[in-house]
Design a protein around this ligand. Structure first.
Ligand code: 4GX
Length: 255
């Protein structure tokens, strides 16, 4: 997978390329990544990339000519690549989109600053407009990093450990189960007994129950539009009867 980022602050990406999974993916040639300065494509002597908005008002707009030249150059260098504009007006980024983007041969990520980019750029040269969430950033750079990060970890081999990406949150529409490591007792709180038991089937069932419980309590919206597998229904039903018992006991006590 090729990533080309178009930005007026390419140096922001240096530490990003140089750490952790991203760094290893580059070293292993699973991804090729570069950040290109849009200024390089400005024709004037001062390499200006922004201008005042037609119609007046405060703030600046990114000039179309340098941006168009940068996008065309990147697209020519990466045949088949898709162009992405990071913008609050885009489709909200999620794990499903990360999977779709991971299937592309390359991505050209366009990072706007100021009030945004000239509308004719979005219209003619952009395949996808993506937002990472309903809040306002000072530029598209952090959003581009988030997308590169989420996409890279889905590339086979990027995480090292077997099928780690498939086991993570959202891969099957549930939150991750709780995790514990040594020591067995930390500040008086014990690791759940079953995790020490070595009973792999019981451990899997506990993890499924943990996933379902967390999703139900923290993100019930995730469960609403999702089919439930037989084993998941069983776990939920088992709580159902327990909750029934607790309520019965409670009612008896208060009669
Ligand atoms: N998810 N911003 C982009 C400038 C801009 C505005 C319109 C193009 C079109 C953001 C987000 C985000 C702030 C990045 C405005 N560029 N990007 N910038 N939320 O807030 O992606």
């Amino acid at each position: 997978m090729f990533f080309t980022v178009l930005t007026i602050f390419p140096e922001m990406f240096d530490p990003f390329w140089e750490h952790g999974i991203i760094r290893r993916a580059i070293e292993q040639k699973l991804i090729w990544a570069s950040a290109i300065n849009i200024r390089n494509f400005a024709e004037d002597r001062h390499q200006v990339t922004d201008d005042r908005p037609y119609g007046g008002g405060s703030g600046m707009v990114m000039k179309p000519e340098p941006l168009a030249a940068a996008i065309r150059d990147a697209s020519q260098t990466l045949p088949g690549a898709k162009t992405v504009l990071l913008t609050p007006q885009g489709r909200m980024f999620n794990q499903q989109m990360a999977r779709e983007l991971a299937a592309c041969v390359g991505l050209v990520l366009v990072c706007g600053r100021y009030e945004g980019v000239d509308e004719r750029i979005c219209h003619d040269l952009i395949d996808y407009e993506i937002s990472i969430g309903d809040y306002v950033l000072t530029g598209g750079e952090l959003a581009a990093m988030i997308i590169i990060d989420a996409v890279t970890r889905l590339i086979p081999g990027a995480l090292g450990g077997e099928d780690a990406a498939e086991k993570d949150s959202f891969s099957d529409g549930l939150l991750e189960h709780a995790h514990y490591t040594r020591p067995r007792v930390f500040e008086g709180r014990e690791v759940p007994e079953v995790l020490l038991s070595g009973h792999h089937q019981e451990i899997e069932r506990w993890r499924l129950a943990s996933s379902l419980m967390r999703t139900l309590l923290k993100r019930p919206d995730l469960l609403k539009n999702r089919e439930l597998r037989d084993e998941e229904l069983e776990v939920l039903k088992s709580w159902g009867s327990q909750i029934g018992e607790i309520l019965k006991f409670h009612r008896r006590k208060h009669e």
